[in-house]
Design a protein around this ligand. Structure first.
Ligand code: ADP
Ligand code: MG
Length: 474
């Protein structure tokens, strides 16, 4: 038996107005080569100017990942030739990155795990190449876009763990508003390192790096196929070559790109145009205060304090705005379970159907609380509440207003319900005899008749109780 070990290097484009070292826009554009400055083109004599906001976003992320922040951060040049790299080097961080020695908490199948972060560093994206038949076109719009690369320790041992980590990391980016982290736009890309070791062995096996995997699904498939390939080699007595591979999603397998012998020497040296930058401690404290509560902590609280299931808690924290909405209903006095139920069922259904974000929802947290109170005080049944909520969302009218307008109420009076029950028995003179003869499910029919007569306004539980009592009198 072999145990896989996985380490990830995740690149994520930061959300900023301008690029990392130039004043060109960091924005999506239909027109190639429209967002660029001389710095991005690597023209002679260029001088990079560091984007302060990009540094701040990186620090936010580093703090969110519980990293240590070095007193000074430095930038280095990573030299290599490729057509998408106009300067012939990438400005990145090598010696003193923005954050080191951090961790992210994740949950895999109900079990808590700590994923160790080796470092997170700020660098610039390359241009993009579009390949056509026998020629390629270069688009410099992406050149110089701030990129935060997060490197984990080799500490994950399953596909589920790797994917849970990527999802947690993406959520932290979103909660920090540091990136849109959209894999479909190539904003989040990943190098996947995989090795196998004999079960029980401390030492890790030789790692293979799979470069630039562009979706979580492909990360999953790349790990599965690479583990299979390495297992076959080891089981037939072979050795794993340390190499860089690529994942081919059409054939669902990895293929070799270059071996360790061909490894590039990047000849790192200090970027001479950017002096070391002192990160003031009071700036860090300021940023720390701005950090939101992250999904992992929120899920724990929702489960432990509010008694929600992990499933529901996970749905609620998927977007920060939804978690905030939920928490606002609690501030207004809602019962957590009731609020969670309405949000994760009717409200989420409505949002998905019309593709509206929770921030654009007509129904305010206060209105939801009012609806919940109508149910708990017995004024309307939960079935009625469901209809009211639907209508409220569709017609953009508050639940209180709807209940008033439509005259929705619940008949709760014992005498009132008994009178209607008696009417139903009078209309069904054989009911009692049939019940005696063993047709006990006639109770459901009789309850249904009462609900029909009252247009659903009779309290269903009370109705059932009264019907049952009456029928047993014989
Ligand atoms: P390199 O010097 O080849 O870049 P690093 O030690 O810097 O290697 O690690 C790069 C990435 O590879 C990290 O994400 C790390 O977790 C991962 N990694 C290192 N060794 C292993 C291993 N034996 N198995 C799986 N992943 C590994
Ligand atoms: Mg490395």
């Amino acid at each position: 038996m072999y145990v896989p070990t996985i380490g990830l290097e995740v690149h994520c484009e930061l959300k900023t107005n301008t690029k990392n070292f130039s004043s060109a826009a960091n924005a999506y554009s239909e027109i190639p080569n429209s967002n660029l400055a001389t710095t991005d083109l690597g023209l002679p004599g260029i001088l990079p100017v560091i984007n302060e906001y990009g540094v701040k976003q990186s620090l936010k992320m580093a703090l969110a990942m519980h990293c240590e922040i070095p007193e000074f951060m430095t930038f280095e040049r990573k030299n290599y030739f490729y057509p998408d790299l106009p300067k012939g080097y990438q400005i990145t961080q090598f010696d003193q990155p923005v954050g080191v020695n951090g961790y992210i908490m994740i949950n895999v199948n109900g079990e808590d795990r700590k994923v160790l972060i080796h470092d997170t560093h700020l660098e610039e994206d390359t241009a993009s190449l579009d390949h056509y038949g026998n020629y390629s076109l270069i688009d410099y719009n992406r050149a110089g876009v701030p990129l935060l690369e997060t490197v984990t320790e080799p500490c994950m041992h399953s596909v589920e763990e790797a994917i849970a980590f990527l999802e947690a990391l993406r959520n932290i980016f979103l909660y920090c508003d540091a990136s849109e982290a959209r894999t479909d736009r190539g904003q989040m890309r990943c190098d996947v390192n995989v090795s196998l070791a004999q079960e029980g062995m401390q030492e890790l096996g030789t790692k293979v790096e799979i470069k630039n995997v562009n979706s979580f699904n492909n990360v999953k498939d790349a790990i599965i196929s690479e583990v299979r390939r390495q297992t076959e080699i080891l089981e037939s007595g072979g050795v794993i070559a340390q190499e860089t591979r690529r994942y081919d999603e059409n054939n669902m397998c990895t293929y070799s790109m270059r071996s360790k012998e061909d490894a590039i020497d990047y000849k790192y040296f200090k970027e001479p145009n950017i002096p070391p930058i002192r990160i003031k401690r009071d700036w860090i404290e300021e940023i720390q205060k701005e950090l939101p509560t992250f999904p992992y902590e929120r899920i724990t609280k929702y489960m432990e304090v509010y008694g929600l299931s992990r499933y529901d808690a996970t749905i609620l924290v998927k977007e920060k705005e939804m978690a905030e909405y939920f928490e606002k209903t609690l501030d207004e006095g809602a019962d957590p379970k009731a609020a969670s139920n309405w949000i994760t069922s009717v409200i989420l259904g409505h949002m998905n159907k019309y593709e509206i974000p929770i921030t654009k929802l007509f129904l305010t947290p206060k209105m939801l609380v009012e609806l919940i109170e109508l149910v708990t005080s017995g004024k309307i049944s939960s079935k009625q509440a469901k209809e009211v909520l639907h209508t409220s969302l569709e017609q953009e009218k508050s639940p209180l207003q709807l209940v008033e307008e439509l005259g929705i109420k619940q008949i709760e009076g014992d005498a009132e319900i008994t009178a209607i029950v008696n009417e139903v028995f009078a209309e069904n003179p054989n009911a009692k005899a049939e019940y005696q003869a063993g047709r006990t499910n006639i109770v459901d029919f009789l309850v249904g008749q009462v609900m029909k007569k009252t247009k659903g306004q009779a309290n269903p539980a009370m109705t059932r109780k009264i019907v049952q009592e009456e029928i047993q009198k014989g």
